[in-house]
Design a protein around this ligand. Structure first.
Ligand code: HEM
Length: 436
């Protein structure tokens, strides 16, 4: 029989499982002067890297010295396959080139009306008490489905949402070491995961096949994936289209939903901020906000940025070194993990004035750190989030529309963070809704 692992052999794994945000905060506090801290998660050694200039080295200047074979990305690829979030090298480059034009700022402008219409449909169904987190999750899934794939998600939202949620929670358990990787497919939980993946496959293939049957035109992302041809004029294999569809559905809705949930929760706790937001949207008059209003919705944007500063949806990401890389005072060795955490960097006292204070006005002051990687909720470098402009458009319009139509009041105070694959809220953020 194998001896139980000693605390030393486990490194900081237990703490990372029990209270990851507390662990990251403590490491940053203890090592603030050097900008990175050694970390060991079971057999994986590496560093938590949080000084902006070192984050930039990892994501931009030295990005070619790192790969994405982290436990999280390897586990995610079990249900996302080889889409642009999890793939690397030539495959990633080719597919990013196909997908990216669908997210071009100019093209996105035409999506604003759909986003607001779907928001109105959701608002019409809100009762006097809602779980903000659940509502935002449903709404952002509907937006991604309709805008990117041209499909009304009603027919599959519940099944897809359930299967995606199951696959993601399972991935978290594998990454946290709660499920031994060997048991993944054979245990009861493993079989339930396999069932969730089969459901995702069926729904994605149905979506693809229905579009194919209608003809391949359409300038949304699904149309682009189906129209793409390789050098020999061959279309992308059906499985590869499935992987991109699943990647965008997954990467594109929970992140934005969490940004909106945290924004709504902070607004509900800060009536004076809510008043200013309402004044900004009321200046639009009775009409609904649209893409063209984005430049005027500066305060709404500040609220969103401030919510993502304190509660970045992607609270951590990582890379594995392929070769020795000098990062500040250390040399990262091949095979070592580099953990990056917007949660940590966005709260560094050396970078931010009164960092724990929710203060949207800091974005209007010169105090905002000049370094581009002091605030990096969307990552950076060539692998920066492809959906950044989409997310800003969607979240700004939804936040503005919600403020225009209803008042939100928290029923349980500011929720506790739930650090899963993305930074959710514990509980569902029960909120009282009053129509304006
Ligand atoms: C507030 C909302 C969002 C946040 C905070 C966010 C955050 C991020 C971050 C941090 C990364 C980089 C991860 C890394 O470097 O390891 C990323 C990548 C990505 N995001 Fe987002 N994202 C959001 C919304 C979206 C949306 C709306 C979509 C699509 C509809 C999307 C699709 C993707 C994809 C496909 C990648 C991989 C890009 C690549 O590697 O080429 N995201 N996102």
């Amino acid at each position: 029989m194998r001896a139980p692992p000693t605390a030393d052999a486990l490194g900081q794994s237990l703490e990372m499982r029990r209270d990851p945000l507390g662990l990251l905060d403590r490491l940053a506090r203890d090592h603030e002067a050097v900008g990175l801290a050694p970390i060991r998660l079971a057999a994986t050694e590496g560093y938590l890297v949080f000084a902006p200039e070192l984050v930039e080295l990892v994501l931009r200047a030295r990005m070619r010295s790192f790969n994405r074979q982290t436990p999280v990305y390897r586990s995610l690829s079990r249900f996302l396959g080889n889409g642009i979030l999890t793939s690397e090298g030539e495959h990633w480059r080719k597919h990013r080139r196909v997908v990216q034009p669908a997210f071009h700022r100019q093209r996105l402008r035409s999506f604003g009306d759909t986003m607001v219409r779907l928001c109105d449909q959701a608002l019409a169904q809100w009762g006097t008490e809602i779980h903000v987190a659940d509502e935002m999750m449903r709404l952002t899934l509907a937006v991604v489905g309709e805008v990117l794939f041209g499909t009304d998600m009603d027919w599959m939202a519940a099944e897809l949402g359930g299967a995606l949620d199951h696959a993601q929670r399972h991935t978290e358990s594998v990454v946290a070491g709660l499920i031994p990787a060997d048991d993944e497919w054979t245990s009861r939980r493993g079989r339930r995961f396999a069932k969730a993946v089969a459901t995702l496959d069926r729904l994605a293939f149905q979506l693809i096949d229905e579009r194919r049957a209608k003809g391949v035109d359409g300038d949304d992302v699904l149309g682009m994936l189906l129209a793409a041809r390789d050098e020999e004029g061959r279309p992308l294999p059906r499985q590869q289209v499935r992987d991109e569809v699943m990647t965008l559905l997954s990467a594109g809705h929970e992140t934005t939903a969490n940004a909106l949930t945290w924004s709504a929760s902070e607004l509900a706790r800060h009536p004076e901020v809510m008043e200013r937001l309402v004044a900004e949207v009321d200046a639009l008059g009775d009409r609904a906000p649209g893409s063209d209003d984005l430049p005027a919705l500066t305060y709404t944007r500040r609220v969103l940025d401030e919510a993502m500063r304190l509660h970045p949806p992607v609270w951590t990401t990582g890379r594995i070194a392929d070769e020795p890389v000098e990062l500040g005072a250390v040399t990262v060795r091949p095979g070592e993990l580099v953990l990056l955490s917007p949660w940590v960097t966005h709260r560094l006292p050396g970078l931010w004035d009164d960092p724990l204070q929710f203060d949207p006005d800091r974005w209007a002051r010169a105090e905002v750190p000049a370094h581009p990687f002091a605030f990096f909720p969307f990552g950076g470098g060539a692998r920066k989030c492809v959906g950044e402009a989409f997310a800003y458009l969607e979240a700004t319009l939804i936040l503005a529309r919600v403020a225009q139509r209803v008042r939100l009041e928290p029923m349980d105070g500011l929720p506790e963070p739930e650090p899963q694959l993305t930074l959710g809220v514990r509980g569902a953020a029960r909120t009282r809704v009053t129509r304006r």
